[in-house]
Ligand binder design. Structure first.
Ligand code: FES
Length: 103
């Protein structure tokens, strides 16, 4: 199902924040950094924690459970204990809506 799915309204996202959203029945995390919107899978690749409840520091999201970090632009695992990359999804803004392309 490679289609654009609506995930949120652009007004739901404040600068420098992360929110949980759902698209195509899947829970994702949406971020806004310097005006750009990014989307990733919401579950950490280490254990079961919601990254949307974590701490966003620039373009890095810190997991609330063991403080692993991912780059939200690439999904790259930045520090222990996370070693596996996080899935990231393409984003487009159409009008007032945020759409994501799920894998
Ligand atoms: Fe995210 Fe452990 S569950 S770092």
């Amino acid at each position: 199902d490679s289609e654009w799915q609506r995930a949120a309204g652009i007004a739901d996202l404040a600068e420098g924040e992360v929110i949980a959203a759902s698209a195509g029945g899947q829970r994702i995390a949406l971020y806004k950094v310097e005006g750009e919107v990014y989307a990733t899978h919401d579950i950490c690749t280490h254990e079961h924690a919601h990254l949307s409840e974590g701490y966003l520091d620039g373009c890095e999201i810190e997991c609330p459970l063991h403080q692993g970090r991912f780059d939200i632009r690439t999904g790259k695992a930045m520090c222990r204990p996370v070693t596996q990359a996080l899935p990231v999804y393409p984003v487009k803004i159409v009008g007032k809506d945020v759409f994501v392309m799920l894998g």
